[in-house]
Design a binder for this molecule. Structure first.
Ligand code: SF4
Ligand code: SF4
Length: 362
């Protein structure tokens, strides 16, 4: 089975400092980033092995001066191109050139509807206004737009407002993306974690929102892991459907996989993408079901959820081969719920900054 999607982390550089960022705590340096020609080769290899869609991501992909060239190369290779951006660094002129280069789709993240709160969460003055401007420019050019509404303790009470904002911007889809606790988000878990009451309220609201916007706006939402009873099939299964390429060329089964000690990752600087997909020890480590322990080993759902997330299993249980503790059959499920209940807000450690800053309250 070949992958269908590839996340191309073009750079870890980003002008924002979102405390929920899933980039690793140790960000890759600009000096280690792959050059244009190497990325072009990777896009062609991806297309040759059957990848359909590339997500041009980061960090902030607009921080790459060659973003238009890279987009054109991916498009000419036959890949559907999705730009995942904070909007900083893409004015209407650059957007038009991206469209001319073959960009198919844009995904813009928003933090809230309130400009001051949004800018505080992103740690960037004026970010909110620029996000709205880019979203309007995208739909103004007739391009497909998805709004990524990143939900956490400080903004979950404004869920309906964020969905309404996405609709007013002309988005075809809004992803209600509850923070996933990897990288900087794991470090900020106490500050970001919603309460049980907030989650229950949001889930009720979601039903009403999906009914209200039916036929106009697709709203994607799943129960956040710390309050779930069963895990999601993380990445559609380890090494089953997609892969990530880091700025320096390391190929990962998921964006947080490098947190798992003992795995050997291969790089596109030394090997082809197809070779890495088929033979890399890191991809082989948790592919399929043979690696599973109990309770997954004898569970009838093992090819539905693939045991959930390996990185989350490691973060909570200390064992990457354990069942994802978001599963109520995991012996660590109660511990995970306690971690959520114990979270009491607190200060943000902004990505890339040493000092902490008070988290906002709505
Ligand atoms: S989550 Fe925020 S800080 Fe991280 S890459 Fe995206 S915009 Fe930048
Ligand atoms: S026991 Fe394992 S395979 Fe079964 S639902 Fe839970 S995580 Fe998935």
């Amino acid at each position: 089975m070949n992958p269908l999607g590839m996340l191309a982390e073009l750079t870890h550089r980003c002008p924002l400092g979102c405390p929920y960022c899933s980039n690793p705590l140790a960000l890759e340096d600009r000096a280690d980033e792959m050059d244009t020609a190497t990325w072009v080769r990777v896009f062609q290899q991806a297309a040759d092995m059957g990848v359909l869609q590339v997500h041009l991501s980061g960090g902030e992909p607009a921080s790459r001066r060659d973003l238009i060239e890279l987009t054109r190369a991916a498009s000419e290779a036959g890949l559907y191109t999705n730009l995942i951006t904070s909007a900083i660094g893409i004015d209407s002129d650059r957007l038009q050139r991206l469209k001319a280069a073959g960009l198919d789709h844009v995904q813009v993240s928003i933090q809230d509807t309130d400009p001051a709160l949004s800018d505080h969460i992103a740690d960037y003055n004026g970010a909110h206004a620029r996000k709205l401007a880019l979203a309007e420019a995208v739909t103004g050019l007739g391009m497909a737009l998805t709004v990524n509404a990143v939900i956490h303790r400080a903004n979950i009470a404004n869920l309906s407002g964020m969905v309404a904002l996405a609709a007013s911007l002309g988005a075809g889809r809004v992803e209600v993306a509850h923070v996933q606790y990897y990288g900087w988000a794991l470090r900020n878990r106490d500050a970001l974690m919603p309460t049980r009451e907030q989650i229950d309220q949001a889930m009720q609201e979601m039903d009403a929102l999906q009914a209200r916007y039916a036929g106009r706006l697709v709203i994607d939402s799943v129960i956040p892991d710390y309050y779930a009873r069963r895990p999601k099939p993380c990445m559609g299964g380890w090494g089953q459907k997609s892969l990530n390429v880091t700025p320096s060329g390391v190929v990962l089964p998921c964006h947080a996989a490098a947190t798992i000690p003992g795995l050997t990752f291969w790089s596109v600087r030394e090997r082809s993408l197809a070779d890495i997909w088929a033979n890399s020890p890191a991809f082989e480590a948790f592919r399929g079901t043979a690696w599973m322990k109990e309770p997954c080993q004898s569970c009838s759902l093992q090819t539905a959820c693939f045991g959930g997330c390996r990185c989350q299993a490691l973060a909570i249980t200390g064992d990457a081969a354990a069942a994802d503790p978001s599963c109520e059959l995991s012996p660590y499920h109660g511990h995970m719920q306690e971690l959520a209940q114990q979270a009491s807000g607190g200060a943000y450690a902004y990505r890339g900054r040493k000092e902490s800053t008070a988290a906002p309250a709505r």
